[in-house]
Write a protein that binds this ligand. Structure first.
Ligand code: CP3
Length: 352
């Protein structure tokens, strides 16, 4: 704890989630789910009715309510602020939208040096609704920590350069290989925007942050190290002074886990492809791990969910710190009761 902690950061300091992030002993393994606030919940679909995704992110009362829904329903150990990785880009005037069933779509992709001028700095005033929503939340959450988040430079660049979701990232990679200087400048701009967005969330009361580099698993380690890691490291370094845990996560990143830890993470998020004991060997000492139940397991029987959860917990048994999560976000058609049962199961199995 430091003198600059917000009241929420002090109130949550001894929570199981923050203790696990700091690799301290815990009363039980803490659980939260990526995308726990969202379409798997009927109460979410109800309050979102007729309100476009980005608009709901900009309404503080609504964003706070959606953030609280999974905490009330599932008894998870942390809340994750309801927003999206493209919110800071929208806030600085990038012409983008989130299309249902598609994802973020950018009207005019960023492909040239002239396009870079459209990426101006983010100031707290651009996202005053975030400060307001987190203020509301910290009053409601009490001792439950709030996780703030942002998209990492590579994942944001993938949307900006491609113009939308992609399987191959061909335009982004063409820039990365073909015009490395432009690519480096783009990622550096995005690092500053991302760092500013995370600072707003921490200063408003977030007790931890997660940097999502969801799509960086598309890169080989040498390319990651050369062309992406400096920008991610800049983001993580920019928020190091706050002392809140920094979680760094990507999908299909088995070969990148060590580097993603070295970029400046306190906790490395692991998808379901690498068992946590093997992930710990790759990451090395001094970091907690987060993960990693395959989200599709939740469509199987309760017995199967429990058996696969036991596998995760067994692989995690020797870790310095473990935060239980899925290996990627909750899928929209997941039965919410299966999530509630899973939280209960992990808490019971790991009670000390
Ligand atoms: O985790 C949470 O509960 C907090 C909310 C959250 C959202 N997006 C809300 C959302 C978080 C953490 C994100 C992060 C995000 N957004 C990522 C990184 C996480 C990951 O899954 O890898 C990425 C890549 C995005 C971009 C994005 N936004 C996608 C791919 C989509 C899904 C498109 C679709 O409709 O299938 C979105 C939209 C989005 N963001 C929704 C939600 C709840 C669905 C929109 C809706 O409910 O109408």
């Amino acid at each position: 704890m430091s003198a600059n902690d917000t009241p929420q950061q002090s109130a949550t300091y001894d929570s199981a989630f923050l203790r696990a992030c700091r690799r301290e002993p815990v009363p039980h393994t803490p659980v939260w789910f990526m995308r726990q606030a969202g379409r798997s919940l009927p109460e979410y679909r109800k309050v979102r009715e007729g309100i476009p995704m980005l608009e709901s992110c900009m309404r503080p009362e609504l964003a706070a309510e959606i953030t609280l829904q999974p905490v009330r329903r599932h008894g998870v150990d942390a809340a994750v602020y309801f927003s999206d990785i493209v919110v800071p880009l929208k806030a600085i005037g990038i012409d983008l939208d989130i299309r249902p069933g598609v994802g973020p779509v950018v009207e005019k992709p960023i492909r040239t040096r002239a396009d870079l001028a459209r990426l101006r700095d983010l100031t707290p005033d651009d996202v005053s609704y975030v400060t307001e929503a987190i203020g509301l939340l910290t009053r409601e959450l009490g001792a439950t920590p709030l996780i703030g988040f942002a998209g990492a430079p590579f994942t944001l660049a993938s949307y900006l350069v491609e113009g939308g979701p992609s399987r191959t990232y061909e335009n982004a990679k063409a820039m990365m290989y073909g015009d490395p200087e432009l690519w480096a400048d783009l990622l550096d701009r995005l690092a500053d925007i991302t760092a500013a967005f995370l600072k707003v969330q921490i200063e408003a009361g977030a007790s931890a942050i997660q940097l999502f580099d969801s799509w960086v698993g598309a890169l080989a380690p040498a390319d990651y190290r050369r062309s992406v890691m400096p920008a991610s490291a800049k983001v993580l370094e920019a928020v190091a002074g706050y002392g809140v845990p920094r979680i760094h996560f990507g999908v299909g990143c088995g070969e990148l886990l060590k580097l993603m830890g070295e970029a400046g993470a306190d906790v490395v998020g692991v998808d379901w492809r690498v068992p946590l004991d093997e992930a710990a060997r790759r990451v090395g000492p001094g970091k907690a791990l987060q993960g990693n139940l395959d989200p599709t397991v939740l469509f199987a029987t309760t017995e199967a969910v429990e058996a696969k959860t036991d596998e995760v917990l067994e692989a995690a048994a020797g870790l310095e710190g473990h935060v239980f999560n899925l290996g990627h976000g909750v899928m929209p058609s997941t039965d919410p009761d299966a999530l509630t049962r899973l939280v209960e199961y992990v808490h019971t199995r790991t009670a000390r």
